[in-house]
Every structure is written in C-alpha cells, then in structure tokens.
Write a protein that binds this ligand. Structure first.
Ligand code: COA
Length: 201
C-alpha cells in the first residue's frame, strides 16, 4: 500500500502516501498536492458546519491555514502527528482527513480523528481511510493502542469507529469542549494492535 518507505527510528516519520485505489492519503503539509491548493481546501473544510462543530480546524484565513499545514509538517518531522489528506485519485480534489496523534509515543498510545467534506460522506470512505491509517500506525510506529473519542450524539462517528474495529469502552463525562463552545460527554473507543482485523463490508 505504501508508495514510499518510512524511517525505522522512533523520532520523525518520512511522509508517506497510502493508496486506496480511488483515493490517495497524502501527508498534510505545505507541499500537499490538492486541486485548488491545500490551504484553500482546508478553509473549505473549516467552514463546513459539521466539521466546525465536531472537528474544528481553527483556521479562518490563508495565514491560519498555512500555519496549520506547518504544524502538520512539524508533526511528521517530530513523530508526534501523522496527518493524511484524503484526495480523489481521479481529479485531485480534497475529500477529507484522517490523522493520528500520539499521546505518548514511547508508550505506543495514540488517538485518531477524521472528517470528510459533505460530498464524500455516506460511501464508506472515512472507514476505509481510517482503517488504512490505523494499519499504518500499528505497522510503522509500533503503536500499541489507538483511541477514538467522539461526542455522544455524533452517531456517524460512532459507526466509523465500530467499523474500523474500535469497540466502545465507556463514556467520558464532559471531557472535551467542541466547536459549539460547550463540553460534551464522549464515547471512548479503542483498538489494540493485538485486536483482530475488523471484517470488510
Ligand atoms: C464522521 C464522518 C467522517 C463520517 O462520514 P461517513 O461518510 O458517514 O462515514 P463512512 O465514510 O465510513 O461512510 C459510512 C456510511 O456510508 C455507507 N456506506 C456505503 N457504502 C459503504 C461501504 N462500502 N462501507 C462502509 N459504509 C458504506 C454506510 O451505510 C454508512 O452510512 P451509515 O453510517 O448511515 O450506515 C462525517 O460524518 C464527518 O465528516 N462528520 C463531521 C466531522 C466529524 O464528526 N468527525 C468525527 C469527529 S469524532
């Protein structure tokens, strides 16, 4: 699946593209190839109401988007975050995002998050992308446990987590302040590196 080798050490990751066939997962950063430009794509995503509520990007102008992309580059270089843009393989348009962030790299503990632009929803792409990024994180970074936390009520995210082999473990009370400015209870899901692969639909 990988089109580029990753570094074997425990620090930075060599940015890698994962190929899903109809979509490419390209590392987010200043040089990400996106039709219309990576910064413009991020700003369009940031303006989507569902993304703004459940996965706010916190970039409102070009400078903010470029600062976001710089943080993505730094995440790859420092081995703290591996953020992938989901790109339409046919025309290069931005479809979404799936990103791993390490809570404790030495302990192998990471979290994963995802969003899709509205036109890309409802066809299993978030599930396929997040499964691919999960596999990459386990195989490449020695990740032991990956968590997904979503607000109670975000049922579509809950279903993505389940389909990606992250069973629900419990409810966290008022654990995160979302884009609506209020704290929400969250469902915690997690996948262990030792868990079996979930079935493909
Ligand atoms: C969360 C989010 C990424 C889910 O997107 P999605 O398109 O529903 O998720 P998937 O790509 O896995 O698609 C699954 C849907 O496609 C359908 N589908 C069609 N073909 C499919 C296939 N081959 N495999 C899996 N699902 C398929 C499923 O029925 C499913 O719909 P359902 O959940 O109503 O049953 C999207 O709603 C989003 O971006 N929301 C805003 C940001 C957000 O909430 N992020 C998560 C924060 S925790």
């Amino acid at each position: 699946m990988s089109t580029q080798e990753t570094t074997p050490d425990q620090r930075g990751f060599a940015p890698v593209t994962l190929d899903l066939g109809d979509a490419l997962l390209r590392p987010w950063g200043r040089r990400t190839e996106v039709r219309g430009g990576a910064a413009a794509g991020l700003l369009a995503a940031a303006a989507d109401p569902a993304i703004a509520r459940w996965n706010p990007i916190r970039a409102t102008d070009r400078a903010g988007a470029e600062a976001y992309l710089d943080r993505c580059d730094a995440g790859w270089a420092g081995g703290t975050t591996a953020a992938f843009a989901v790109i339409d393989a046919a025309d290069g348009t931005l479809l979404g995002n799936s990103a791993l962030r390490w809570v404790d790299r030495a302990d192998g503990l990471a979290m994963i998050g995802y969003w899709l632009l509205p036109a890309a929803r409802g066809r299993g792409l978030a599930t396929r992308a997040t499964r691919a990024v999960t596999d990459w994180g386990i195989a490449t970074a020695g990740t032991r446990r990956i968590e997904i936390a979503h607000a109670v009520g975000n049922d579509t995210s809950c279903r993505v987590a389940e389909r990606c082999g992250y069973p629900a473990e419990g409810t966290l009370r008022a654990s995160h302040r979302y884009g609506d400015g209020t704290y929400h209870d969250e469902h915690l899901h997690a996948r262990l590196a030792t868990d079996p692969e979930p079935p493909v639909r």
